[in-house]
Design a protein around this ligand. Structure first.
Ligand SMILES: *[C@@H]1O[C@H](CO)[C@@H](O)[C@H](O)[C@H]1NC(C)=O
Ligand SMILES: *[C@@H]1O[C@H](CO)[C@@H](O)[C@H](O)[C@H]1NC(C)=O
Ligand SMILES: *[C@@H]1O[C@H](CO)[C@@H](O)[C@H](O)[C@H]1NC(C)=O
Ligand SMILES: *[C@@H]1O[C@H](CO)[C@@H](O)[C@H](O)[C@H]1NC(C)=O
Ligand SMILES: *[C@@H]1O[C@H](CO)[C@@H](O)[C@H](O)[C@H]1NC(C)=O
Length: 475
């Protein structure tokens, strides 16, 4: 029967390629007004996005993904790692509730469990160093017990800072010295279980952190001064970074391990290098770069990647920077921010979310008669920005050119919209008023919020509102 083998092999290859090919997206849900999960799933399908990565086992998202045909990676947040590590029973329960139930009873195509999210990030100071591996082992054991050991693979999405290159070229790549041993243990465990190595790669962050970073090296147009590594030439950071991972794996004996790019993207606001033009240039450059399936210099073949991210999230922490709330290819309301051909639809254009319901066309702004030196202005703005979202203000951002009054209005409106246009949310003492004239100018959009989706997020908004009332009363 030897002659059948090549046929079988070709069939197998074609199907394997088909299942890892295509693009994935990260679907985060840290939004004050998330789109209804069914709307998001339709949007994923309309755009030919075949894989989705969730940061936790969001019940609404998982239910909506049932029968969608979309492959799912579901995450365990870092703050649950200690529990998963210390209790096999907790791991069993997590798998039963958050994987088995969805797979067996609701046709959710869960393929991966992401144990932690960048748990070894240097800025975490080793907080998750002792719990990640035990949690990973327990979840793997729980999956096997649940009969899902073959279908569902475990992985640990790492930041690219888990490896480094002593000389700056990919071939010197190895795991970071302080976590070398634990990285070997984890990678060996993943490899033994047929699981992939997952890494998040961020040229934007490199540019953000270092003014010396050559801008063009972040992109894919071949315009950067090349990095020469032996006989290989690198003109973009993605290839070089990915190959540093390949070298780090090879050096430690993991020659053929699968690699998933868990996050790749570029934000569109909140920093001088974050705007629609640069985001478009990066995203389209990346999609075109990987579209031929030729891979990187060190690793030929299709790249398995998840865009970061699908939709903006206005409740994310801005500790990393103001850009953090602007990673979406789509804005908060599911509308595309720029043109992007994912190579997955006939038209080559992004398809917006359908049937999105907006609140009324009204805005909260600073009163014409109010004075900039009114004593209530400063407190009102800092309050509005703390609970609203002022990340589009500041140097080089979409609303960076507003004057002082525009700034104040922007802050008020953000708070007002986030609180569902409640009259009480536009009562900054003596200085605010509601208008029906759109204050947007140029690149600066004064957004109108979408209708709240009562699937669980309403409670937060309610709390925010009560807090707001208290503060307004105090003044
Ligand atoms: C399932 O996942 C959710 C979301 O991360 C979490 O809140 C919940 O505790 C998990 N359930 C179990 C039984 O662990
Ligand atoms: C890590 O350590 C630095 C410096 O000691 C500190 O500023 C930071 O808050 C710590 N971060 C965490 C997540 O513990
Ligand atoms: C991890 O374990 C080591 C050795 O047992 C210990 O010294 C360290 O404090 C632990 N780290 C954390 C964050 O618990
Ligand atoms: C507007 O607000 C931003 C961010 O708070 C600030 O950097 C900028 O200086 C302000 N502009 C004016 C004209 O007040
Ligand atoms: C609002 O304006 C009135 C009259 O000008 C003034 O008496 C009052 O103190 C102001 N309130 C605040 C909170 O600034």
């Amino acid at each position: 029967m030897g002659f059948l083998k090549p046929c079988f092999l070709i069939l197998f290859m074609c199907c394997w390629v088909a299942s890892v090919n295509g693009i994935g997206a990260n679907w985060g849900t840290q939004s004050s007004h998330p789109l209804p999960p069914q709307t998001v799933v339709k949007m994923l399908r309309d755009n030919g996005i075949q894989k989705v990565k969730l940061f936790d086992a969001d019940y609404g998202a998982l239910r909506a993904l049932g029968k969608s045909g979309i492959e799912v990676m579901v995450g365990i947040p870092n703050d649950m790692l200690a529990t998963m590590a210390s209790s096999m029973k907790a791991a069993d329960k997590w798998v039963a509730k958050n994987v088995s139930d969805h797979v067996n009873n609701h046709n959710v195509d869960i393929r991966y469990v992401a144990v932690g999210n960048e748990p070894f990030l240097s800025t975490y100071n080793g907080t998750f160093l002792n719990t990640t591996f035990p949690a990973l082992r327990n979840i793997q054991a729980a999956l096997i017990k649940a009969g899902l050991g073959t279908k569902v693979k475990v992985t640990v999405p790492q930041n690219a800072d888990v490896y480094e290159s002593s000389t700056g070229v990919p071939s010197s790549g190895d795991f970071r010295t302080d976590i070398h041993d634990i990285m070997i243990q984890i990678t060996k465990f993943l490899n033994d279980n047929g699981s992939p190595f997952t890494v998040n790669i961020y040229p934007f962050i490199s540019l953000y952190l270092s003014s010396d970073f050559p801008v063009e090296y972040a992109f894919f147009e071949g315009k950067a001064t090349p990095v020469i590594d032996g006989g290989t030439t690198y003109t973009n950071m993605f290839d070089a970074n990915y190959d540093t991972a390949v070298w780090a794996l090879q050096k430690n004996g993991f020659n053929n391990m699968g690699i998933i790019v868990g996050e790749i993207g570029w934000p569109s606001d909140g920093d001088k290098n974050a705007n629609n033009e640069m985001a478009q240039k990066f995203m389209q450059g990346f999609m075109t770069h990987i579209s031929g399936g030729k891979g990187t210099p060190m690793r030929a073949g299709p790249i398995d990647a998840y865009l970061f991210s699908l939709i903006d999230e206005d409740d994310k922490s801005i500790q990393p920077g103001n850009f953090e709330r602007h990673w979406g290819v789509f804005a908060y309301d599911g509308q595309p921010k720029y043109t992007l051909n994912l190579g997955t639809t006939n038209s080559g254009a992004l398809v917006p979310a359908m049937g999105v319901k907006y609140l009324q066309k009204k805005w909260c702004v600073m009163k014409d008669s109010a004075r900039l030196d009114d004593p209530s202005v400063a407190n009102s703005v800092s309050y509005a920005c703390a609970l609203g979202d002022c990340t589009s203000l500041g140097y080089g951002t979409s609303c960076g050119a507003l004057d002082a009054k525009g700034n104040i209005s922007y802050a008020f409106n953000s708070y007002y919209q986030k609180n569902d246009q409640l009259d009480q949310a536009c009562k900054f003492p003596n200085v605010s008023t509601i208008t029906k004239d759109d204050p947007s100018t140029g690149t600066c959009r004064f957004n109108i919020m979408i209708e709240p989706y009562y699937g669980g997020a309403d409670r937060l908004v309610g709390l925010n509102w009560i807090l707001g009332m208290l503060l307004v009363l105090v003044w």
